[in-house]
Design a binder for this molecule. Structure first.
Ligand code: GLA
Ligand code: ZN
Length: 677
């Protein structure tokens, strides 16, 4: 499907990065013109500015000084560069913390923080909100007609939480809206347990290591509330931008599988989703796995943005500086990392950072321009090569994959499951499990959309929902409608245990999904690393790890049975014909071998063809389809060459026909155009 360009009238793949010219104000005549020339020569067409500039833009309360930004925006426009212009709320000026201590966050153990750091402001504070509103309004007014303005970068990496009295009050109001009366809340949270009933909403406190830390409904609702705080704050921040510059889209840069915010919820407010990608490349065989795991996060970030093209807002052009060992990128890995973003639907390759600062915490973090300040570096040359390739590939902008398979990853489910005390307490491996299903599906060369329990299932043919422990309102009904309408749904052990309040379903698991799976899941055994069960399926034996559910069929057909223990002979894999579709239940956690054989057979039966046949391990394969045709991406994460079997009739980037067996070098990213639409 073809989407319009993210930046109006700028039909290109964006190439750029975080740029902090204000740090060089004292040397601007020397540095800024050089930066423009270096950016252009590397094929950079956008720079993200103003991200942490508040103290320069408003040195004293209410006194704005836009001179640096005026000059830089003009320079960028003169050089044909677009600005990804940030609101400065990622870091506050000292005067604000000093004069209005309420803007400083309070930690879960109820201590007020001092000034310092970043991403640490109270989002409830009326003072903070008013200051953000004022400066955002001033920025929008000032640059609304500026030719460089292309996109709003709202704040930076929203995260964390605040437990101050203002936030407590807001939490109580939010709960009141959700539950109406304290009796409803007490019942929904099962507060008779340990005599924890609240007499009124005023008695509720956020979770704390020195207070309530065990009530799982409180923990879950606090996280929901924190997400709502960010959504509300984002709306607050963007209101003046939307009013003054309605044609300029807004984004907030996300952090992949960051635990603290339900990104599917926040994503609904973003015009375009964007994220900061920092894979821990090792330069050895482990890179193959890192590539597949990064593939998942790209697809997840596309999912939170509603499957539209997204932006890779940050990535490091070389080593980062915050890992225990910050290894240099092997030659070719930057190209692989960059093309992988494009392969999964990003319309940009952006870096942190354009130029290394001279001082403070990030002076050794990878950058396009190093302290030497010239083009003569390996990293710069590799960046320039990425720039040339993005220019050649610009017809890709706005295209997207057309996935027939979706995989569910749900933040609320993750929160509820990870805090639940049963079986493998504190180690439920939700994310690991979803990633395992993902690696297998992607390894079978199918495009995969990542969705959550609130998303529509009907655009897909096959939907996989591993460990859907918590069922969000309406989800079970959507699964039923999907399957009865002809869809194929795959569920697993530990599904359908609790409702949205974290209350267990009565009447047996998997709760309201019992009917569609045609079974009752009675008990779940937890196996430690010395214990395994096994089962045979289609002539092979597979191992069971960690979890084995004991199920009774109620209409489902049994496809495989446990081999051992007191539940030997009980079903471990079932299939239920429900309406026009099928619902599979995998009752135990299995090694990836089983998932591979199972999904390979299922996808084949469903007529969902692989993009490439016999894809080698450690190779990520995707497609993008748009008005300019269909592109196939084949990305080798292995530190050695592999041979891939390309379909017939494909053309290389230079238009030359390529087909049949093609060799890919270590970390090579191959992009071809196919004839089929
Ligand atoms: C994050 C931040 C950046 C920078 C990088 C370093 O993504 O948004 O400001 O600190 O990390 O990797
Ligand atoms: Zn607060």
């Amino acid at each position: 499907m073809q989407y319009p360009p993210i930046m109006k009238d700028f039909p290109a793949l964006l190439h750029g990065g975080d740029y902090n010219p204000e740090q060089w104000r004292h040397m601007k005549d020397e540095i800024w013109p050089k930066d423009m020339a270096l950016a252009k020569a590397a094929g950079i067409n956008t720079l993200s500015v103003g991200i942490f500039s508040w103290a320069v833009l408003e040195p004293r309360e209410g006194e704005y000084d836009f001179s640096f930004l005026d000059e830089i925006m003009d320079l960028m426009a003169a050089n044909g560069l677009k600005a990804v212009l940030a609101t400065p709320s990622g870091a506050k000026p000292q005067w604000m913390a000093e004069k209005y201590p309420e803007v400083l966050r309070v930690t879960a153990d109820r201590r007020r923080e001092l000034f310092g750091g970043r991403h640490n402001h109270c989002l409830t504070s009326p003072v903070y909100r008013e200051k953000v509103r004022a400066i955002n309004t001033a920025l929008a007014e000032r640059y609304k007609d500026h030719p460089a303005l292309g996109l709003w970068h709202v704040s930076n990496e929203y995260g964390g939480e605040c437990h101050c009295p203002l936030c407590q009050q807001r939490f109580r109001e939010w709960l009141k809206e959700r539950y109406g009366t304290i009796e409803n809340l007490n019942r929904a949270w099962w507060n008779t347990f340990w005599s924890h009933e609240y007499p009124s909403f005023e008695a509720v406190e956020s979770p704390s290591p020195i207070g309530e830390r065990d009530n799982t409904s409180l923990l879950l609702n606090w996280r929901r509330f924190t997400t709502e705080q960010f959504v509300d704050f984002y709306e607050w921040e963007t209101a003046p931008l939307k009013a003054i510059t309605p044609d300029v889209p807004c984004t907030a840069n996300l952090m992949g599988t960051y635990d603290g915010i339900d990104y599917f919820r926040l994503g609904k407010s973003l015009d375009v989703s964007s994220w900061d990608n920092y894979p821990r490349w090792t330069g050895d065989q482990r890179d193959a796995r890192i590539l597949m795991d990064t593939a998942f996060t790209h697809d997840l970030m596309r999912g939170v943005g509603g499957q539209k093209p997204f932006l890779m807002m940050e990535s490091s052009p070389s080593a980062v500086n915050w890992q225990p060992i910050n290894r240099l990128r092997r030659p070719g890995v930057l190209m692989l990392q960059s093309m992988q973003a494009i392969a999964h639907g990003s319309d940009s390759v952006q870096y942190f950072q354009f130029r290394k600062g001279r001082g403070s915490a990030e002076k050794y973090h990878g950058a396009v321009v190093d302290h030497v300040g010239t083009k003569e570096t390996r990293v710069y040359r590799e960046v320039a090569e990425v720039g040339r390739r993005l220019e050649r590939l610009k017809a890709l902008a706005g295209s997207s994959p057309e996935s027939r398979v979706a995989l569910i990853y749900d933040w609320e489910n993750r929160w509820a499951l990870e805090q639940a005390a049963f079986g493998h307490k504190n180690h439920q491996k939700y994310e690991e499990t979803v990633r395992a299903h993902y690696r297998v599906l992607r390894g079978l060369a199918r495009d995969v959309d990542v969705i959550d329990e609130t998303c529509e299932l009907t655009p897909y043919q096959v939907v996989c929902g591993p460990m859907t422990y918590l069922l969000r309102p309406g989800f079970a009904e959507r699964v039923q409608a999907f399957v009865s309408g002809g869809g194929v749904y795959v569920g697993t052990y530990v599904s359908g245990w609790v409702d949205e309040d974290d209350l267990c379903f009565l009447g047996g698991w998997p709760g309201p999904l019992k009917e569609v799976f045609g079974l009752w899941d009675e008990e779940t055994d937890a196996l430690d690393e010395t214990r395994h069960n096994h089962f045979g399926w289609r002539g092979k034996t597979y191992q069971v790890d960690d979890y084995a559910a004991l199920v009774h069929t109620r209409g489902a057909e049994v496809l495989a049975l446990y081999d051992e223990d007191f539940y030997r002979g009980d079903p471990v894999l079932t299939r239920h014909a429900y309406g026009k579709g099928l619902a599979y239940y995998i009752a135990a956690r299995t090694v990836e071998d089983f998932l591979r054989d199972f999904y390979a057979a299922l996808l084949k039966k469903q007529g969902i063809a692989p993009l490439i046949r016999d894809l080698p391990a450690g190779v990520d394969c995707t497609s993008r389809v748009g008005d300019h045709g269909k592109y196939l991406f084949v990305l080798n994460g292995n530190p050695h060459s592999v041979t891939v079997n390309l379909p017939g009739g494909v053309r290389a980037e230079n238009g030359e026909p390529v087909c049949g067996l093609t060799e890919l070098q270590a970390w090579e990213a191959l992009i071809v155009r196919t004839n089929d639409q």
